[in-house]
Design a protein around this ligand. Structure first.
Ligand code: AMP
Length: 281
């Protein structure tokens, strides 16, 4: 397995692979890898000849009061996981944005609500880093998790709008044994916060069950969800259109139940599909 820490070396390697006819795949991550990230690697591995995992904690997507400085890291464990997943190259840049970098990528509409509303500037930071990663890694295809459902939609829209020559692959959310969505940020939770954090997915599952029992009214479903969540602050609990993420009153099309809540200072997100999966690209 190769490891590159400059953009120039990464690009040269990837273009070299492509010139020999290899199809190159990318899994963008911020490191502290877990089975959720592994699922992205496993989904992409059979579709490509060369697989890159990028590990970069992107300052642009963190707000001033957020956890950029504390974001967990474990490069040895990350390397082991990548090795076991058959990754060909890790890209862990020491400097990612060139001196004088002065561009940002904004996706509108899809970023107006949910995490876009709660974390101003977040999706601009995500869209910008992903666009540059696509350029630096010269990839043909990239995988993103449904764990960050809004992010997946935003990147799909961006790739289409800008005609980026990169196929976007969505990968289902992976949960821990107790049902909590796997996240690098789960490591921040105290044992008691972790127990209460289970109520986040339990609320979403309760709404999904009620839908399966015939309930179609969004207010009624949300009331069921709210009755279950025990959090220090619920950022949002909503059921949105599965394609445009806009508000809905009754479920007639594929929708997504989405939630974000704080346990202590830890902000967790989760989502489940309600009423069928969407073709999201
Ligand atoms: P992160 O390192 O948190 O920026 O995540 C990198 C990629 O892994 C993103 O595309 C995430 O959506 C995806 N990811 C993170 N956690 C999970 C999970 N539990 N299940 C599926 N994908 C995940």
């Amino acid at each position: 397995m190769e490891r590159f820490d400059t953009c120039e070396a990464m690009t040269a390697w990837s273009l070299g692979q492509r010139s020999e006819g290899a199809r190159v795949g990318l899994v963008p991550t911020m490191g502290f890898l877990h089975k959720g990230h592994q699922a992205l690697m496993d989904a992409l591995r059979p579709k490509v000849d060369r697989l890159i995992v990028s590990i970069f904690v992107n300052p642009l997507q963190f707000g001033p009061e957020e956890d950029f400085e504390q974001y967990p890291q474990d490069m040895l464990s990350d390397q082991r996981i990548c090795n076991e997943a058959g990754v060909d190259a890790i890209f862990s840049p020491t400097e990612f944005y060139p001196k004088g970098f002065s561009t940002s990528v904004s996706v509108h509409d899809l970023t107006a609500g949910l995490c876009g509303e709660a974390r101003p500037g977040h999706f601009e930071g995500v869209a910008t880093v992903v666009t540059r990663l696509f350029g630096v890694c010269a990839c043909d295809i990239a995988a993103f998790g449904e764990k960050d459902y809004q992010q997946l939609r935003v990147i799909g829209q961006m790739a289409r709008d800008l005609a980026l020559p990169v196929e976007i692959l969505g990968v289902p959310l992976v949960r821990d044994e107790d049902g909590i969505a796997l996240s690098s940020r789960n490591s921040y939770l105290s044992p008691s916060e972790r127990v209460r954090a289970r109520t986040l997915h339990q609320a979403l599952f309760k709404m999904q069950d009620a839908f399966q029992d015939g309930e179609r009214d969004v207010e009624a479903l949300l009331a069921k969800g709210h009755s279950v969540i025990d959090a220090d602050r619920v950022d949002y609990l909503q059921i949105v259109d599965g394609v445009n993420l806009g508000p809905i009153g009754k479920i007639t099309e594929p929708a997504r139940a989405v939630a974000a809540a704080f346990y202590g200072h830890v902000r967790l997100i989760d989502n489940v599909c309600i009423g069928g999966e969407v073709e999201w690209t």
